[in-house]
Design a protein around this ligand. Sequence first.
Ligand code: HEM
Length: 217
Amino acid sequence: MRDSLRQLLLNRWSKVAVFLVCLIPFAFIAHAVIALLRGLPLPGYVGAEPVAFFQHFTGDWTLRFLLITLAVTPLRKFLNLPELIRFRRMLGLFAFFYVCLHFLTYIGPDQAFAFSGMLKDVAKRPFITVGFAAFVLLIPLAVTSTTAWIRRLGGKNWQALHRLIYLSALCGVVHYYWLVKSDHRLPLLYAAILAVLLLYRLASSLLRPRRTVAATT
Ligand code: HEM
């Protein structure tokens, strides 16, 4: 059973399959945008406020992809499936893709592409400040996600830099918690998942003998 799962994960089409699955939220967005541009009735899932839908949907998927990316390492250890690592970079890049769309829904409809207004807003509203910080932290990670950059930076530096993803996810959770006005259950659930992942990370780096850089990159 495990062997066939391993074979499946190692199959060259498995990456294509994961890529297509990661595009499903985008398909919902694209479907709604096309309807909007063509003046057609909007799909039911968009609701009465399309801008709010795009903001919330892209924000939700950014956070989910960040947490899924962070869950890859614990899962591959617990399930004894080292092959899962093949998908981590792609999942992280999807988090970045969705945050770019999320940022677009803010800078476009919200700020009319006025960057000076955006900077004022970033300074004024704390939930925007931390959201923006979460976004900025992901930029160097996306840029240096290639194998060439791992070589250029050296495994140790690259790993240290890529730990910023935890900080970004933390800022993302705080951003969500602060923007929600009444029902905090969902942001708290994301916070709890992140706390478990962070504790796992801390415990594994404290308890385990030092790993070789090559093994983890
Ligand atoms: C990693 C970065 C980020 C994450 C994980 C994130 C996540 C989220 C989440 C989960 C929501 C709420 C979704 C819901 O209610 O269902 C949200 C809403 C929102 N985010 Fe972000 N976000 C990020 C970055 C940003 C940035 C850079 C900006 C703008 C500069 C921004 C502006 C907004 C706005 C305006 C809303 C809607 C607020 C409202 O409904 O009043 N976010 N975000």
